[in-house]
Ligand binder design. Structure first.
Ligand SMILES: Cc1cc2nc3c(=O)[nH]c(=O)nc-3n(C[C@H](O)[C@H](O)[C@H](O)COP(=O)(O)OP(=O)(O)OC[C@H]3O[C@@H](n4cnc5c(N)ncnc54)[C@H](O)[C@@H]3O)c2cc1C
Length: 477
């Protein structure tokens, strides 16, 4: 990264981030509900506000910026990246790997392959037939640099959205931006013509009063041909990911102590206890990504319940870590517990199992998708469909009911629990994000309601970026 780009990241946080004297002069003190005093900074105005710099939010912000919008990308962590950076979800599954996401994958392969040299024949669409993962720091560097190259993006990290700015517009609630908490007692309103909720939790939409789904629906709720008879509030299980690394040349993975291996070699394939340890030592890079242990979090809307689940899993996983250490391996545990599922916001349509199983390509398609139905930890669902055909994500699934000025991106879009278990993976979240960012720039430019977008024009713009290319020729991935 050159010095100018570096300054732009820091500077973005500084321009929009630090207290300049003018802003300080106009700070007001506000009485919080608990009697706490808050400082309120002057509001900032943008065309598009994207909340969440994860798999969906990053391409959403970049696409909106390239569409000519002045964009703010708001992230509560101190760096962008989301799941690969802080939950160590550094593996990508599902298709298509297109557009901005594919650019990121190609750059990861070129600069940071764990093999040490770029993977030859890394497919046009990021698929070689082998599996790959990259280090969290590689994701962090690549996404920081990608964002710094975009003149129209102000990146605000360390900013937690705590509320949504709304006003009552008759039968719909108009979303006009978000309120952030910066520091411990400073509030600021970020106003935007279009707000994109890419939080992975659906917080922005929920604060705007949107209806949301949580846990598993009964199959009759959305007329699905499979599913459970009676809905419950069970989201997918959470997993603590880790990366383990050989410290001694002769170290062998302790297959006898850790019987079940959901792990990936640096640059090759899944491993299991049947693997010949000596062959592995000769071949591999000595570094493995492992889906550590999973835990049931009873309420992924509650940060304290998540923290308790994290504590529980740390206790559960300790014997495994000790076994690895005794066998000559070091372990890098992900800093955050991997939470797969939170709110799904109800939109103008709800994507169902049957939409996916039938490979539906809706008339208002904005993204292609393909990944198995994979509800982690909840295999008691009477379905685990591996052979999923390509299907389309409808625009109506990113438009939440009863609101104006708000779009959804990523895993929170409108779909049932079973459907979401397929489109939740990173390439699909990113394709949705890029489409939503493109739409947001068009809407902001024309100042039109989200339901009045020119869908054909949007689809033509997405097609021109190559986002629909993969399934035009089915052997192309
Ligand atoms: C354990 C685990 C394993 C997985 N395995 C795979 C896999 O192998 N392959 C694969 O492709 N996918 C995998 N996934 C799924 C994938 O990582 C996620 O579904 C995907 O990252 C969702 O993208 P998103 O952009 O919707 O949300 P996220 O990636 O979660 O991004 C949301 C961002 O919003 C920020 N944010 C949230 N709230 C606020 C707020 N109030 N204010 C400001 N910022 C906020 C968050 O900090 C985060 O950076 C896995 C997920 C988990 C948890």
């Amino acid at each position: 990264m050159d010095r100018r780009s570096f300054l732009k990241i820091i500077g973005a946080g500084t321009v929009a981030g630090a207290l300049n004297p003018l802003q300080l002069a106009s700070c007001t003190n506000t009485k919080g509900s608990g009697g706490t005093r808050f400082r309120q900074l002057d509001p900032l105005d943008f065309d598009v506000a994207v909340v969440g710099a994860g798999a969906a939010g990053i391409p959403a912000a970049i696409a909106a910026a390239r569409g000519g919008a002045r964009v703010v990308l708001i992230e509560e962590d101190t760096v962008p990246g989301g799941a690969p950076v802080d939950m160590y979800v550094t593996f990508v599954c599902g298709d298509p790997r297109v557009g901005i996401f594919n650019d990121m994958m190609q750059e990861l392969n070129r600069r940071y392959p764990l093999k040490g040299t770029p993977i030859s024949g890394f497919g046009k669409y990021g698929w070689t037939g082998n599996y790959h993962f990259w280090l969290p720091s590689a994701f962090q560097t690549v996404v920081c640099e990608m964002l710094a190259r975009e003149e129209n993006i102000t990146l605000m990290c360390g900013a937690t959205v705590i509320d949504t700015l709304t006003h009552d517009a008759g039968n719909r609630t108009k979303v006009e931006g978000v309120r952030i908490l910066r520091g411990y007692n400073t509030l600021q309103d970020i106003r935007a013509k279009i707000t994109v909720d890419a939080t992975g939790t659906g917080l922005v939409a929920a604060q705007a009063g949107c209806e949301f789904m949580y846990g598993r629906e009964a199959r009759s709720d959305y007329n699905e041909s499979v599913g459970i008879e009676k809905g419950d509030s069970q989201p997918q299980h959470c997993t603590l990911m880790y990366i383990t690394q050989r410290l001694r040349r002769d170290a062998r993975l302790p297959f006898d102590k850790i019987p079940r291996w959901d792990a990936l070699e640096a640059d090759f394939r899944w491993i299991d206890a049947k693997d010949d340890p000596q062959a592995m030592e000769r071949r591999d890079a000595g570094i493995f990504l492992r889906w550590g242990q999973s835990v049931v979090c009873p309420d992924t809307l509650d940060s304290i319940a998540i923290a308790e689940a994290h504590g529980e899993i740390l206790r559960k996983i300790q014997p495994e870590l000790d076994a690895l250490h005794d066998a000559g391996f070091g372990v890098h545990l992900a800093p955050k517990l991997g939470v797969r599922e939170c709110r799904r916001i109800k939109g103008e349509t709800v994507i169902t199992y049957d939409h996916i199983a039938q490979g539906t390509m809706p008339d208002d398609k904005i993204a292609d998708a393909r990944y198995s139905i994979d509800s982690w930890g909840l295999k008691d669902l009477p379905v685990h469909l591996k052979q999923v055909p390509p299907y389309g994500i409808p625009y109506r699934a990113v438009v939440p009911l009863a609101t104006e000025g708000l779009l959804l991106a990523g895993r929170i879009i409108s779909g049932t629990h079973i459907a979401a278990s397929s489109y939740r993976v990173q390439p699909i979240c990113a394709a949705i994000g890029e489409a939503v960012g493109t739409a947001a720039a068009m809407l902001a430019e024309k100042k039109i309601p989200v339901r009045e977008i020119d869908l054909r024009k949007l689809q033509a713009a997405l097609d021109a970026k190559g986002l629909f290319d993969v399934y035009k020729n089915s052997d192309n991935h």
